[in-house]
Design a protein around this ligand. Sequence first.
Ligand code: RNT
Ligand code: ZN
Length: 417
Amino acid sequence: MASKIEKNYLAAKEMYASIGVDTDKALDLLSKIPISLHCWQGDDVNGFETNAGGTSGGILATGNYPGCARNPEELRADLDKAFSLIPGAKRLNLHAIYLDAPKAVERNKIAPEHFESWIQWAEEKGAGLDFNPTFFGHPKAASNLTLSSPDAGIRKYWIEHAKACRKIAAAMGKRLKNPCIMNTWVQDGFKDVTIDRIQARKRLMASLDEIYSEKISPKYMKDAVESKLFGIGVESCTVGSSEFYMGYAVKNNLLLCLDAGHFHPTEVISDKISSALLYLDEILLHVSRPVRWDSDHVVTFDDELQAIAREIITCGANRVHIGLDYFDVTINRIAAWCIGTRNMQKALLKALLEPAAELKKMEKNFEGTGKLALLEELKAYPFGAVYDYFCEKQGVPSGMKWLDDVNKYEKEVLFKR
Ligand code: RNT
Ligand code: ZN
């Protein structure tokens, strides 16, 4: 006998079929779009370096919810829980500070062996890994200038760090037979009136040129660069601005990383995807939710998320790598992963369930009335029933059931930490 979820799905399937949409096909496509979960939601961006420095560098994890992972084993256990509650293809995005090493290692000396336990974990899960050098939370980043520092010694240290990270990323991609995306974001910037912006940018450019001078096969790793508008303490000038990295990525054929919180408050990344893809082969997204500023709130099912998802589907999901980037310490961290990732997936599904050809035709024919009417009607279509069925098919709790699991784990594991 069909379950309630299946019955609801069949009713939804019929409704979508009546507007020419094949729900089975949409679910098949959805199951193949990977979402990269950011490890740093699990421990408030602290990392596992001995003498950890915390965030700094203009980013801020706020809140004091109990249960933070204190070591790689705990973080992996928490990720196992999250992965078991999220359907579809998943990757894990690591930062260099998440190394698993018995004793302190300088950041310019880190190597693939320090990430062996993560690679093994990913192998077991059949998940790809992504990677990031960490330029913040470190005494050598105290001036808020790293790759663009006027101090050659500081620059050298961070160039070495980035080069070491590219080797780690390549090792991850090689072992997992799945290219690792390495995203470079530096907080470099100035608090107040900045006179010589061009020299700072020239220094950043020269450092990046040196970092990328070693050619590594895209079979193993791909490089992305992430711009930003401003950070706390560096409000007046960010060296790696949007224009800087757009030019740099295009010139050097790198991936451009668009973070939803890194632009002016009314500027949206959904409108940038189609332009970026005209000049670049692939891009990376940091799907986040800025509230008044780059606050990195948990991703909700808001208009911009739906717009981002529609662009990914329209422009080609194979060219857009989806990463999440937020860190909320006021709620359960595993729930934060589940809510944000499941929302990203629901938004992708909703986009996949749009009668795209029909909508495009209307737009081309200037049928604005019909297009708006159809888009509004679609908002009440039962995509939730389709998502529930997806969860069930993938052996993952549907609806709110995943939260019971998280609550149980919270009581039995997290609150005992
Ligand atoms: C910071 C950037 C960056 C970080 C992570 C931890 O504003 O968004 O991507 O959030 O690298
Ligand atoms: Zn980001």
